[in-house]
Design a protein around this ligand. Sequence first.
Ligand code: SAH
Length: 248
Amino acid sequence: MDIPRIFSITESAHRIHDPFTPEKLATLGSALRMKKDTRILDLGSGSGEMLCTWARDHAIVGTGVDLCQSFIEQARLRAKELGVADRVQFIHADAAGYVSDHKVDVATCLGATWIGGGVAGTIELLTRSLRSGGIILIGEPYWRQLPPTQDAAKACLAGAISDFLPLPGLLASFSSLGCDVVEMVLADQDSWDRYEAAKWLTMRRWLEDNPHDEFAKEVRAKLTSEPQRHAAYTREYLGWGAFALMKR
Ligand code: SAH
């Protein structure tokens, strides 16, 4: 049980598997005004950087669930490194349908809303673990600029233009699902570079260490094409943000 290997190769050196920098993640943590012992559930928790740093900075307690074994191991190491292993735990499991035993104050899914079959389904799934009056935190792409063609949308690694909305439309969609948008922190082009460009050096080093691996051809092709693709498409057209929602 794991995610496709290409992701655990290209993102093996990432602590944050989304277009946020450590500074933006910290801004988000402060923006939520969490009290000590705030309980958080994080579906698709990646390498656990959000829960670990927020445990250090805000004394939250949290559970992360992720399908990628190597990310879960990195998360457990990071918790030890930051001295918060008693406050956070990481579970290697499919988060689809995952509901926590105890209700949480903040239920999140950043950059993995396919877990609930899209934004609406993920809000519904997170709500099942959330105490009344709690905060749902969703990390989701939006169009900074509408791509001119379907091909341009695909080059942003979307399936089609209709996969994402412009920012006002995304905010309106949260509203139409019965949620107040109570906070947001947005990625920017430089923070997108931290997510995308960091993969290039990882790929280059991986290729040097694994020249005969069955994935070497795929990784080589990606390393050759990704910088231009990112500069021409993702960097221009795609936005990303973390949105804090409360049910009306
Ligand atoms: N929230 C993290 C990771 C985002 S990347 C961060 O922002 O850093 C998407 C994550 O979803 C990856 O860690 C991947 O392993 C995880 N994932 C994908 N499908 C999943 C599933 N069905 N259940 C749990 N995790 C899943």
